[in-house]
Design a protein around this ligand. Structure first.
Ligand code: SF4
Length: 439
């Protein structure tokens, strides 16, 4: 089939969401560029704006509508197309076109490969593409936004139906990318000089190679054999799928960082049960103990939701207690917000907004104190840091990440971008480390 010609299209992509959304945007950019379209760096230079948005939290949806409000005013003076992509597109479909007349098309995560054809054949009319496909559809086109660390999607969708989460309704059931394709992408990135890869999936450690049936540990072991990749990370892992084999693989591998994002969401058994998380607090804490026994240097991070329906003060204290016990390097904490179609949105016991705000503040205050203490203890140590470039806040210093995925800002007399640098830590704050590279 000949590729539709999109020469003349100048596109701008706005991404709201996690690494999976960012990687999807890299694929959308690759697909459009392969068809002749050209990326630009601001919406007013473009004639096609694609807004790729996550639907997990209400806030991303609010950001989308606010951006559409701004773009619709601008659209009156300029001829261009506006498309909504991602989970929000999948979830709200025709509602978006009805509510926001400035939107020209809506395209869900399983349909990006169709974009050039649809843009060509529907340029004068609105369209919706939100079909789901059961099997993996390989998208080779990609235009990466960094040359240091490369995302590799290994699976999509989720079968877990946590009671608060909209992902199974927007990304569909789990489907897995063939391991051979994942390995080829990892090898290709290594040959281009990437030093780090991050394997992505909503539930990455439920991975099964669709061709051989082998699991996530086998995939990690294979990626670990790729020459010249120095660091391998993966996100997001489900606690119920962390098995002894995976811990052993992490411990033995040459390149897998001793760093793991392991969402607990809440510390109370009762709340975890209502969340339908599939593990008890006791089981989660046992996994943490196994990880720490196998890798004493492991850096852990987590997600926390406060104010889930029916959460009492005693339940909430259990969450604070987990933070104290685990001592995470970093957390992502949110106020519960009801999402369409989810079981939790029909639960009784809604928590007043003021209490949710107050609990979120207490979680963040405690975590800030813990991170300040832990980071202070790192002053004087030396870390290998993968430098991502100059710091956005202070162009006099470089910024990178250590194995624990902590931000390290450091001074250096040499050009450091895209290299591993040994950094001597000289200062700390709750959210980052400061240091100096040898001259
Ligand atoms: S595991 Fe739960 S929270 Fe994570 S994507 Fe699946 S349903 Fe959502």
């Amino acid at each position: 089939m000949t590729q539709p010609d999109l020469t003349g299209i100048k596109f701008f992509i706005q991404t709201f969401g996690c690494q999976m959304n960012e990687n999807d945007s890299e694929h959308i950019a690759g697909i459009l560029s392969a068809a002749g379209a050209r990326p630009v760096t601001a919406p007013d230079e473009s004639n096609l704006v694609v807004i790729n948005t996550c639907a997990v939290r209400e806030k991303s949806v609010e950001k989308l509508y606010s951006l559409l409000g701004r773009l619709s005013k601008f659209k009156k003076d300029k001829e261009y197309l506006i498309g909504v992509a991602g989970c929000v597109a999948q979830l709200y479909r025709s509602d978006i076109l009805e509510k926001k007349p400035c939107v020209d098309f809506v395209i869900g995560p399983d349909n990006y490969w169709k974009l050039p054809e649809m843009l060509k054949s529907h340029f004068q009319e609105k369209f919706i593409a939100t079909q789901w496909y059961r099997d993996w559809h390989e998208i080779p086109e990609i235009q990466r936004t960094t040359a240091v660390s490369g995302y590799i999607t290994v699976m999509e969708g989720c079968n877990n139906f946590c009671s608060y989460c909209v992902v199974p309704f927007t990304r569909g059931r789990e489907k897995f990318r063939p391991a051979q394709n994942i390995l080829s992408e990892a090898e290709n990135l290594a040959s281009m000089g990437y030093l780090e890869v991050q394997l992505l999936g909503q539930n990455v450690n439920s991975y099964r190679d669709p061709e051989t049936g082998t699991g996530f540990s086998a995939l990690l072991e294979a990626v670990d054999q790729v020459q010249d990749l120095v660091w391998i990370r993966f996100i997001t892992s489900h606690p119920k799928n962390i098995d002894p084999q995976l811990i052993h693989t992490m411990q033995q591998a040459k390149s897998i960082c001793h760093q793991l994002h392991l969402p607990i969401q809440a510390g109370s058994e009762a709340v975890l049960k209502r969340m339908n998380r599939g593990y008890s607090r006791k089981e989660y804490m046992a996994v943490i103990s196994h990880l720490k026994d196998a890798m004493p240097d492991i850096a852990l991070s987590t997600d926390i939701i406060v104010g889930f329906p029916g959460e009492t003060e005693a339940d909430f204290q259990q969450t604070l207690d987990v933070l104290e016990q685990v001592r995470y390097t970093n957390i992502f904490s949110f106020r519960y917000s009801a999402r369409p179609l989810t079981a939790a949105s029909r639960m009784e016991g809604s928590i007043p907004l003021e209490i949710k705000k107050e609990r979120l503040q207490r979680v963040q205050d405690l975590q800030k104190k813990l991170q300040s203490e832990m980071n202070q203890a790192k002053v004087g140590k030396i870390y290998d840091v993968l430098c991502h470039g100059k710091s956005k806040k202070d162009p006099q210093v470089y910024s990178g990440r250590n194995y624990a995925h902590q931000v390290v800002n450091f001074s250096s007399g040499q050009e450091c971008e895209g290299k591993f640098i040994r950094v001597h830590i000289t200062g700390s704050g709750p959210y980052s480390l400061k240091g100096r590279a040898p001259d």
